[in-house]
Design a protein around this ligand. Structure first.
Ligand code: NAP
Length: 281
């Protein structure tokens, strides 16, 4: 990490809890590799303290913020302006500060698509996609897949009303299916994404969001969970002949986009990918 000087720019992740965050290792490695005099820290901010914290960001001229739980939605209401994606999603995972004007961005969906394109040579244009989950991550992925031309985006979620809300981000290309009736969509899909938290932590073989026997060669299966690096879903998918990707790519690429928003400099993505892998490995 750079030794801070009087002119060092400061960036941070705000959240609660935030101590476990991989972002400081990732971002400081990237600033160092790019030769930028920037430092990145993790700041614990309780939910009710967000407006005060953002006043502090303006006064202290903190140049960039990553935003994590529980602030992603409330931050969208506290910044001065929003990018198109952040406005549509009503959620912010990145804030840039230009002379005290705070702009909220959402880089998750674009980071997801970039990770597939650059890491797996998969372009969503014209592809059939199934997304498991309808939370914040799923919604940003659905919006990005639709923008990048996916032919069809089928949303499967435990809570139906949330599935309908999420599928609306894909407009006429979005469709909701109940898990019990999703077999043919899963079998026919080019891309299947687990954007639920099933498989996180120390999962057993039963912790899969659908019957993995439906998976086969020719498909790509992405689990955006990255702890563990290989979830039971990814293991079954690999054994069934499908290509697989874990959540590391999305994590590094959404951070790379934040880096580029703040600094105007191309992010050293290969280094960021290996910094995340080092932390998780
Ligand atoms: P969220 O808003 O809380 O949404 C959680 C989703 O998981 C909802 O669709 C929820 O369904 C579903 N779910 C949770 N437990 C379930 C269960 N037992 N059975 C069926 N469905 C269940 O969370 P999020 O922010 O979208 O994050 C989701 C996952 O993505 C987390 O594991 C998170 O760590 C990961 N993530 C990864 C990245 C990355 O860069 N790789 C970025 C963001 C998030 P209901 O709607 O029915 O509650």
């Amino acid at each position: 990490m750079n030794v801070p000087t009087g002119s060092t720019r400061l960036a941070a992740v705000i959240g609660s809890p935030v101590r476990h965050s991989l972002s400081p290792a990732l971002m400081n490695a990237a600033f160092g590799a790019a030769g930028l005099d920037w430092v990145y820290v993790a700041l614990e901010v309780a939910a009710e303290k967000l407006p005060d914290a953002l006043v502090g960001v303006r006064i202290l001229d903190i140049a960039g913020l990553s935003v994590t739980m529980p602030h992603k939605e409330s931050a969208a209401a506290c910044v001065d302006q929003l990018s198109d994606d952040a406005a549509l999603l009503g959620a912010v995972n990145c804030i840039s500060n230009a002379n005290g004007i705070l702009t909220g961005h959402n880089t998750d969906g674009e980071g997801f698509v970039r990770s597939l394109r650059s890491g797996h040579e998969f372009d969503p244009a014209g592809r059939r996609c199934v997304i498991l989950g309808a939370g914040g991550a799923a919604r940003s992925i659905i919006l990005a897949l639709a923008r990048h031309g996916a032919e069809e985006i089928v949303v499967v979620n435990r809570t139906l009303v949330r599935a309908e809300h999420a599928a609306a981000f894909a407009a006429e290309r979005g469709r909701v299916v109940r898990l019990e009736g999703a077999g043919s969509d899963l079998r026919d899909a080019d891309l299947i994404v687990n954007a639920t938290s099933i498989g996180m932590g120390e999962p057993s073989d039963a912790d899969v969001p659908f019957d993995p026997m439906l998976l086969h060669e020719g498909q790509i299966v992405v689990d955006i969970v990255y702890r563990p690096l290989e979830t039971p879903l990814l293991r079954f998918a690999r054994q069934g002949g499908a290509r697989t990707a874990n959540g590391v790519g999305m994590l590094a690429h959404q951070a790379a986009i934040q880096f580029e928003i703040w600094t105007g400099t191309k992010a050293p993505i290969d280094l960021m990918l290996s910094a995340v892998a080092d932390q998780l490995g």
